[in-house]
Design a protein around this ligand. Structure first.
Ligand code: NOJ
Length: 541
């Protein structure tokens, strides 16, 4: 592996920042964020100085025309912008304003399903012999009148809905307003590739591909086996959760489709494919492609699933490092728009600081979810305010709204997010937890993020070096080296609420502590990690 910044690709070097556009910044006083809002906040993300976060890529969740049943993951037109968010001219301005600041733009692409309002589906459902009938997955009822198979929807209920007009069922593994596309149809494939080119020509640098491992299903659509490990307390309508995913995702045939998608990206310079992919390591790793010819970054969500324990995190990282072929570049995600907030999941504000250092010092591309740099916690969403179809159908406690509350910019009445009441309630802590307040507080989490991102960006060992975990024999601590031929950095993380003592040979200097209050030097001997403290150390010459 190479250690020179210039010989790494941008998607290896950058910290990716995910923006959920509805919740980032509203500039037209409708309570919903928009593309102008993203442009207005680009300097916050990277103005070229350490006063800004310093991220070099943003990923925008969907902004396409949509009935918003799944808040934009139900796309009615792949080649336009919903008026809620702006228009194509605003998008073009976003591309150039981002690029002017050295920020790459990654957009969401949802290839598994469209909205039922997409003109393709309107045509497809119009009659059995419509030319687009086969662009979606239609099946007759079984001879006894039952559903074509036993699959369930992720959002509750069966994965099939009957269309009385044409007398068949269509498949949807999310809400019934998200009919699934038939990737076995060559015309559909070609049409989807054109949607990629539409954005590539506009200067988009990459795509985050929604549930990409699902786009091909078993040819015979066989029943999935029951999942013996399913939680016995699932709501009665959670049919999806009761089954294994043997026939509805991760089919071998998906890989050739992904290679074709990658070939479209490769028609242009330096474009990156990121995939939303779950599954066990040996299957997951195949999405890089046997020859590195599939996705540059299959999202790695494993750390999000781990308990807050040094040994669990280390095991997860070591297993990933061991599983990757030499050409494959790692990546880490600690939060996104589908999971509870990082600070709530890992225990609280103290854990959030150590998590920041972990995310930004491992080998591989980090993805940071908007608001995690302030350590926003799960929002309080009263049952009558739930918007998310998952929360509406599977129970209030499953709503993803908690992680999509408005960005907290300042202490003004709507947190600087909007002039009017936002589409989801603001978290009560916005008067103290916001960008303006944290910018002024030298030891805030926001300032820790800024310092870590800038330090990473200027330190070859951190952005490009090897990773080596050290067996230091101290409980609750995770210590690793990042190293190029000419530079070594040591990262020491204390996952516990107690002090820990570590022994180190040689002379070292603390570059940064998660508490932002410590920069001493020391020579061979022991040093103390305070409760919930992480340090980055450099050898002293
Ligand atoms: C995964 C996305 O991240 C999620 O938000 C969405 O609801 C489903 N895919 C369906 O598109």
């Amino acid at each position: 592996m190479t250690n020179h910044k210039n010989s790494l690709h941008w998607w290896q070097r950058a910290v990716v920042y995910q923006i959920y556009p509805r919740s980032f910044k509203d500039t037209n006083a409708d309570g919903i964020g928009d593309l102008n809002g993203v442009i207005a906040r680009l300097d916050y993300l990277n103005d070229g100085t350490p006063n800004s976060l310093g991220v070099e890529a943003i990923w925008l969740s969907p902004f396409y025309p949509s009935p918003m049943v799944d808040f934009g993951y139900d796309i009615a037109d792949y080649c336009d912008i919903d008026p809620l968010f702006g228009d194509l001219a605003t998008f073009d301005r976003l591309v150039s304003e981002a690029h002017r600041r050295g920020i790459k733009l990654i957009i969401d692409w949802v290839p598994n399903h469209t909205s039922d309002q997409h003109r393709w589906f309107v045509e497809s459902r119009s009659s059995r012999d419509n030319p687009k009938r086969d662009w979606y997955i239609w099946r007759d009822p079984n001879p006894d009148g039952s559903l074509p198979n036993n699959w369930g929807s992720v959002f509750g209920g069966p994965a099939w809905t009957f269309d009385p007009g044409s007398g068949q069922y269509y498949l949807h593994q999310f809400v019934k307003e998200q009919p699934e596309l038939n990737w076995r149809n060559p015309e559909l494939r070609a049409a989807m590739f054109e949607t990629l080119r539409f954005w590539l020509k506009r200067g988009v640098d990459g795509f985050r591909m929604d549930v990409i491992g699902m786009i091909l299903k078993d040819k015979e659509l066989r029943d999935n086996p029951l999942n013996p490990n399913a939680n016995p307390n699932l709501p009665a309508n959670d049919l999806f959760g009761r089954l294994q995913t043997t026939y509805n995702m991760d089919q071998d045939e998906v890989h050739s489709a992904i290679r074709e998608i990658r070939a479209v990206l490769d028609e242009y310079d330096e474009r990156c494919g990121i995939g939303e992919l779950w599954g066990e390591l040996p299957r997951w790793v195949r999405y890089y492609g046997e020859l590195g010819d599939e996705l540059q970054l299959p999202f790695n969500f494993r750390l999000m699933r781990e308990p807050w324990q040094a040994s669990a995190m280390r095991r997860s990282v070591d297993e990933l490092e061991a599983a990757l072929p030499s050409f494959a570049w790692p990546n880490y995600v600690l939060g996104n728009h589908d999971q509870p907030r990082l600070a709530s999941r890992f225990g609280g504000q103290s854990q959030a600081r150590v998590a920041a250092m972990l995310l930004l010092t491992l080998r591989g591309t980090p993805t940071l979810y908007y608001g995690d740099e302030l350590s926003l916690e799960n929002g309080q969403i009263p049952p009558e305010k739930v918007q998310d179809p998952q929360g509406k159908n599977l129970g209030h406690e499953r709503t993803r709204d908690v992680t999509r509350t408005p960005m907290q910019w300042d202490a003004s009445p709507q947190a600087g997010f909007s002039q009017v009441e936002p589409w989801l309630p603001l978290s009560a802590d916005f008067t103290s937890r916001n960008v303006e307040t944290q910018s002024q507080k030298p030891d805030s989490l926001l300032n820790l993020y800024k310092k870590l991102i800038w330090l990473r960006g200027e330190t070859p060992a951190l952005y490009g070096g090897d990773y080596l975990a050290l067996d230091i024999g101290v409980a609750d601590c995770y210590v690793y080296q990042r190293r190029t031929a000419t530079q070594t950095r040591l990262v020491a993380l204390n996952f516990s609420a107690e002090e820990r003592q570590l022994e180190l040979a040689g002379s070292w200097k603390i570059l940064i502590s998660t508490h932002l209050d410590r920069q001493e030097k020391f020579s061979t001997g022991s040093f103390v990690l305070r409760p919930h403290e992480g340090l980055i150390l450099a050898p002293e010459q």
